[in-house]
Design a protein around this ligand. Structure first.
Ligand code: DGJ
Length: 731
């Protein structure tokens, strides 16, 4: 709902539990009045306008109004250069070198529903009933530039989306040095900032810090959103827990360089800005052109961080992901990467696919190494035609054989890259991204293709279309294994991402039946931008069940289980050398988009039996896991255990996973896990063994039996144990 008081120029965006109120300040710019828990609408909130008394000291104020200084005001899209000294939402430079801007309110437009952004991914609505949008028009007449700020509020989700668009109506060029997707000023700084940080093989670990006066930020300048910092932050009150209290989540629907910046000023007020990273960024906005920022998403909850996460999950599952696969259960896949690496041929792959079918897998994915002369990672990226030595019948012949055995076929690509040792490089060395006459840094022995060039984008679309059309390919793993270096121009990283989005738009439209999974050395580009095109992501190359507890727990802060590829792999684990039981590996991986990644030709009959059982279990519970509501019960970041739970929308079924990291001596008899999300009055049957009411389970919890006390010499380790509980409503 959007309420507008046209005489006082106040705007109130309201959803089920959230209010966002702003107004036009007396200098004609946009001020913020309130963001937080829903409050009733009033004709006017003028009683909150209260003109602050400008203090004595070195304060800049307006010439004719000594009482008016912008640094005393909460604002919607602030600038630097006049009387506000905080980090601004934008910075423009005109040809005479001036960086002063004064965008004055011109008018507004309200419409039902939500528009898409040209060339950029965004959340959407399926009907105009789902919410409303408000576009505020502002103008700087000296710059001859217009600024449009768009806000969308979903009626039944506590979500506001924002974006900004600059239009140059003059003849002179305007350099954009900074154009954030949004700014949000909050009146105090009693928050902790949570972000998801890491590196390859340990992506999205939860970090938490108390806000302090000054600036704190996370960013990426790697050309991708990155494994190192995810474009996602939460501000939570210190007392907020997973299930109680206030928090605000912020993210970007964008996959490139970003900045999430939080500044606490000298009045203890907090300013959050988020958008394309202004570091090493410049965009020339010529006369007649416009610049569109990516979409920013702000989510509010006063019911704990788990509720905040659920709002993100639902939004992403229902109104970010598109296409045929959005509402479909995803197939259980088996990927050959850790089983064979580059060492395979057609016979081996067909044998694996046949065995996979017998065990119950639904999709066989052939990973890296099938094209050009690819026998290791030093060659052939860009030559997307089959290696006939390994695959004499090509991809077509192989895919047909696999599909004939009754299982779907999927294929790996790394389309954005080029090997120096490739036919493509011989033909088009000028397609490589990099500064001329400089040594180019390598990453995994490869270069990046310059996606800002149309001919490069066309090549990728054409060659991939050929492969996708000639064979029954129903899944594509889209990998990207290095970051950007020797960046030519400061607009290149953004142009690259726009180019990538253009390619993905074309391919996903042309091949709607293909399920795309994005990957960047695992989870190096796990963001809402990629989810718009590819509904699932390879969460991490690290499949060790214990590290996965942290990775999947951290990722779940912003992203739904259905988006997280989670595979059972071999032991000793290829990343950590840790040995965990098949049961534990399965129990962790089922809390995601389930698959396997090991050599099933080496299974003995016992292992085959167990694997069949685990696959059967996932199939029975797949709908619940992929489309249910997720609860984090215990955090591996806070102790020796993790506990997760999914509940279906009818609250008639649930699945609980409980994981102990190291064995505890003498744990006592009070070990229990307290559940969430059930119906207090329903009675549930647990693991077909005992019955309990929802209120018992959500207060007393499930009490565990005592672990064994005495072990023989051959006892299995008691470390890394897991337990799964299935709850069904008693009819
Ligand atoms: C990195 C990915 O994360 C892996 O799963 C695998 O596809 C390799 N690339 C192949 O080169």
């Amino acid at each position: 709902m959007i309420y507008i008081n046209e005489s006082t120029l106040e705007f109130h965006l309201q959803s089920s539990n959230m209010s966002y109120i702003f107004n036009i300040m007396k200098n004609g710019q946009l001020g913020n009045l309130y963001f937080g828990k829903k409050i009733r609408n009033r004709e006017s909130f003028k009683h909150f306008f209260n003109q602050p008394e400008v203090g004595i000291g070195i304060i800049a104020h307006h010439e004719n109004d000594p009482g008016f200084s912008l640094e005393y005001y909460k604002q919607e899209y602030p600038s630097y250069g006049t009387t506000d000294f905080r980090k601004p939402a934008f910075q423009l430079e005109s040809e005479d070198g001036s960086r002063i801007a004064d965008f004055i309110y011109k008018g507004f437009r309200v419409y039902r529903g939500k528009n898409s952004l040209k060339g950029l991914p965004s959340t959407y609505m399926e009907s105009v009933e789902e919410g409303d949008s408000l576009e505020i028009e502002l103008e700087d007449t000296t710059l001859n530039c217009k600024l449009f700020l768009t806000y969308t509020v979903y009626k039944d989700r506590d979500v506001i989306t924002r974006n900004a668009r600059f239009e140059n109506h003059g003849e002179e060029c305007i350099d954009i040095h900074r154009a954030m997707s949004f700014a949000l000023d909050l009146p105090d700084y009693n928050y902790e900032m949570i972000h998801l940080s890491g590196a390859w093989a340990r992506e999205r670990f939860i970090k938490n810090r108390k806000l302090e006066v000054g600036c704190q930020y996370i960013d990426s300048s790697r050309g991708a959103s990155s494994a190192h910092q995810n474009p996602f932050i939460i501000l939570k009150r210190p007392e907020t827990t997973e299930h109680v209290g206030e928090s605000i989540g912020f993210t970007l629907v964008y996959s490139g360089n970003f900045l999430a910046h939080v500044e606490v000023d000298h009045f203890d007020a907090t300013r959050v800005t988020m958008g394309i990273n202004p570091f090493d960024f410049k965009w020339e906005l010529k006369g007649g052109e416009s610049f569109q920022t990516p979409e920013g998403i702000i989510v509010y909850s006063d019911r704990g961080m788990n509720d905040l996460s659920q709002t993100f999950h639902k939004l992403f599952k229902e109104r970010l992901v598109r296409g045929e696969w959005r509402d479909k259960e995803r197939p259980i896949l088996i990927n050959n990467w850790e089983a064979t690496y580059f060492d395979f041929d057609e016979d081996k792959i067909v044998a694996m696919a046949s065995k996979a079918k017998d065990l119950g897998f639904e999709l066989f994915v052939l990973d890296d190494g099938w094209f050009g002369k690819r026998v290791d990672d030093k060659t052939s990226l860009g030559d997307w035609f089959p290696n006939l030595e390994k695959l004499p019948n090509g991809i077509k012949g192989l895919a047909e054989k696999v599909v004939d055995r009754g299982i779907r076929f999927g294929l790996w690509f790394e389309p954005e890259m080029i090997s120096k040792n490739s036919e493509l490089y011989e033909k088009h060395p000028e397609w490589v991204l990099g500064v001329k006459n400089r040594k180019l840094s390598m990453g995994r022995n490869q270069y990046i293709l310059d996606l800002s060039k149309k001919e490069v984008r066309d090549y990728i679309v054409d060659i991939l279309s050929e492969r996708f059309s000639e064979a029954p390919i129903s899944y594509v793993k889209w990998d990207m294994n290095r970051n950007m270096t020797e960046i030519t121009y400061q607009d290149l990283p953004h142009k690259y991402i726009l180019g990538l989005y253009e390619i993905l738009e074309k391919l996903t439209t042309k091949f709607p039946h293909i399920l795309f999974e994005s990957c960047a050395s695992g989870g190096g580009r796990f963001d809402a931008g990629m989810l718009y095109y590819m509904p699932q992501v390879w969460t991490s190359d690290d499949t060790d069940a214990i590290v996965r507890l942290n990775i999947q727990h951290g990722t779940s802060l912003g992203y739904p289980l259905i988006s997280m590829g989670a595979h059972v792999s071999d032991i000793p684990n290829h990343q950590t050398a840790r040995k965990t039981s098949l049961k534990t590996r399965n129990d962790v991986a089922v809390f995601g988009n389930f698959g396997y990644e090991l050599n099933l030709l080496e299974f003995d009959s016992r292992m085959e039996k167990d694997v069949k059982k685990y696959l059967e279990f996932y199939k029975i519970n797949r709908k619940l896991i992929q489309f249910g509501d997720f609860y984090r019960l215990e955090s591996p970041f806070e102790g020796n255990t993790a506990a997760w739970m999914v509940v279906n929308s009818e609250r008639s079924e649930a699945l609980v996973g409980y994981f102990t990291i190291l064995a505890e001596p003498n744990p006592g008899y009070n070990r229990k896990v307290v559940l969430k999300g059930l119906d207090s009055n329903k009675k549930y049957l647990i693991n077909d063994k005992f019955e309990a009411y929802g209120d018992e389970l959500m207060n007393m919890g499930i009490i565990f039996p005592q672990p064994e006390r005495y072990f023989s010499k051959d006892s299995e380790t008691q470390d890394f144990k897991s337990k799964i509980f299935k709850l069904k409503e008693c009819k």
